[in-house]
Write a protein that binds this ligand. Structure first.
Ligand code: AGP
Length: 609
């Protein structure tokens, strides 16, 4: 999704801004631009494609200056062209970058055209810069003009603004889209993501909803939504969790797959004792664990799949009803909330627009409490939820979520066990057995990763495939959905997932010799049922790829490719069986030569609706 970087310094900021944009590349974008403010005025370069194309422009026509704003654009209104790339200008003097969507842009555009403004792009963003320009006609102070203009906007925005002849201050604001201020020495910065500024500072101020900030070289003044000056706390970034280096790995995604044993161990740390899940993991206010009688889980994409697995755990272990819904649907319907319901959100980024909107809506619906299972401690979701359980996966750069998913599952299993125990649904022995299983989880995941070379060989069979079908039963169905999503995202192969028992109700019609069918087959009570479903596929010539546990009785045979996955306790099967599907998608994408870490059309953090 779009990214913002801004800087005001004693030194030339061009390199700082370009490096910031490179650090934002992982979020997904299709064009970029930089505006630099110097004695001559505000000058900009824009380019379609990778940030490297923008850097090339700076090579051939350098722009120097001590203040500037920069942007990576993920197209929403208007194609990815240079004209639509930010910064956008009003006249030659005023430049602006924007993340988010202005919902009333059509009305504003009509009004501004009547006032004589000419539009150079198809973007919703351009209305903001003209509105500020128009406000400057009656209010010459840039800060106040920005505040006045923002009052006309409906929708979500994070912006940074620079004006010619105002070389001493940069104005930025947020509502609905994240923005962070980077604090330096005689220089200050602003960005949509702190990762964009880690090369220049490790001190950050997270702006709140409705904040407007004035940055000078030695001062940061934050005005809240009521226009009151506020002292916001400074947080120091922990560099141990900076993941912006691929190390020995060819792609971030592979690095993140390999990090899973380590980050799952971090997720468990301090949350389980020798034989118990610790209720203190949820903070001082853990009474909800005992009181809860119903759970609504709301999330998007991969996080939604994690929620679907949790439904099986919660209903099985804690014996209370649990429903799971995608946030974009939940937020637009009337929801019936049974008494003592927990509202549980799942999000890697904590900035997903639909999940945030759903959580804000849920706050008015009488839930017992709102709990966020999230990977980013400084995110809006964490700050606005009543309770939080952090997944501690560290920064995830690959657009295709891997370690964020398995740590979400780990946190969800901790939560399910804690609720079951507090509600008296778990015997002591069962509680101990579950905790012992959890303790072994990092080593099981490590053993599954060791299948990497074997899975790489299998991936070659997908080089010329255009479709794939994933099958699973029970909690393996959401794992099949997640496997299909991974394959779609990074290899662009059309993939669908079904509960294996549904096959004969329709999708079997798709099966012929050209259709690969991928399934994860743990050795559990559903195995025989699954095997019958697979027979139905084989009988129609479908090529089977089975990732099965020991003693499932599968073997390599004509039309059957079999990879063995280590045995694990049944409750852990969804987590461990995710690994081969992640590795398969990764290697298929490499075979197909796609952009693994930044797949086309996708963004890491979906901050617009
Ligand atoms: C996963 O591979 C995706 N890139 C995507 O589905 C993601 O999980 C979804 O956008 C939700 O993001 P969040 O977890 O940051 O809320």
């Amino acid at each position: 999704m779009c990214g913002i970087v801004g800087a005001i310094a004693q030194r030339n900021v061009a390199k700082i801004l370009l490096e910031g944009l490179s650090r934002l590349e992982y979020r997904g974008y299709d064009s970029s631009g930089v505006a630099i403010n110097n004695e001559v005025g505000v000058r900009a370069h824009r380019a379609v494609g990778k940030v490297q194309a923008l850097k090339d422009k700076f090579e051939s026509a350098p722009l120097d200056g001590k203040m500037g704003i920069a942007h990576t654009r993920w197209a929403t209104h208007g194609k990815p062209t240079e004209e639509n790339a930010h910064p956008h200008f009003s006249g030659d003097d005023l430049a602006l970058v924007h993340n988010g969507i202005i919902e009333n842009h059509e009305t504003l555009r009509r009004n501004l055209i009547e006032l004589g403004y000419e539009f150079r792009s198809q973007t919703d963003t351009e209305v903001i810069v003209h509105l500020i320009h128009n406000a400057l006609k009656t209010e010459p102070d840039l800060l106040q003009a920005v505040k006045n203009a923002l009052k006309h906007l409906h929708g979500a925005f994070a912006i940074a603004v620079t004006l010619n002849h105002e070389n001493d201050r940069l104005i930025a604001a947020r509502k609905g889209s994240p923005l962070v201020v980077g604090v330096g020495i005689e220089e200050n910065f602003v960005a949509s993501d702190q990762l964009a500024l880690l090369h220049v500072t490790d001190q950050f101020i997270f702006l709140e909803e409705g904040d407007v900030v004035e940055l000078t070289r030695d001062q940061i003044t934050v005005f809240d939504a009521n226009d009151q000056v506020q002292e916001r706390p400074i947080s120091v970034f922990n560099h141990h969790v900076d993941a912006s280096d691929k190390g020995e790995f060819r792609h971030y995604m592979l690095k993140e797959i390999y990090e899973q044993p380590k980050v799952i161990a971090a997720c468990l740390e301090g949350r389980i004792s020798e034989d118990r899940v610790l209720t203190s993991s949820f903070g001082a206010d853990s009474a909800f664990l005992k009181d809860v009688e119903n759970i609504h889980i709301v999330a998007c994409g991969t996080s939604y799949h994690a929620g679907m697995v949790a439904k099986y755990w919660i209903e099985e272990l804690a014996n209370i009803p649990c429903s799971v819904e995608v946030a974009s649907e939940y937020r637009y319907r009337k929801v019936a909330v049974p008494k003592k319901s927990l509202f549980l959100t799942l999000s890697q980024s904590g900035e997903t627009a639909d999940t945030l909107a759903a959580m804000r809506m849920a706050k008015g619906l009488g839930y017992l409490t709102t709990l966020a299972i999230c990977n980013v401690p400084s995110s809006t979701l964490v700050r606005e939820s009543d309770l939080t359980l952090l997944t501690r996966a560290g920064t995830e750069i690959g657009v295709a979520s891997t370690k964020a998913f398995t740590t979400q599952l780990t946190a969800l299993l901790i939560t399910s066990i804690a609720i079951a125990a507090e509600k008296g649904e778990l015997s002591d022995d069962k509680h101990t057995a579950l905790v012992h299983a959890l303790r072994s989880l990092p080593s099981y995941v490590d053993a599954a990763i060791k299948q990497d070379s074997a899975i790489k060989l299998v991936s070659e069979h997908f080089a010329n495939k255009h479709n794939a079908l994933f099958l699973g039963r029970g909690p393996m169905f959401p794992i099949a959905l997640e496997g299909a999503l991974k394959l779609k995202e990074i290899s662009y192969i059309h993939a669908e997932a079904y509960p294996a028992g549904e096959l004969k109700h329709g999708p079997l019609a798709l099966v012929d010799e050209t259709m690969p069918i991928i399934t994860v087959a743990p050795n559990n009570q559903m195995l025989d049922k699954l095997k019958s479903n697979l027979q139905e596929v084989r009988a129609r010539g479908g090529e089977l790829f089975v990732f099965g546990a020991k003693e499932t009785g599968f073997a390599q045979a004509e039309g059957i490719h079999y990879n063995e996955i280590p045995w694990v306790e049944e409750v852990l099967e969804p987590i461990v069986h995710t690994i081969p599907l992640q590795l398969l998608s990764y290697h298929v994408a490499v075979v197909k030569g796609t952009d693994v870490d930044q797949p086309r059309n996708l963004a890491k953090s979906v901050t617009v609706e």
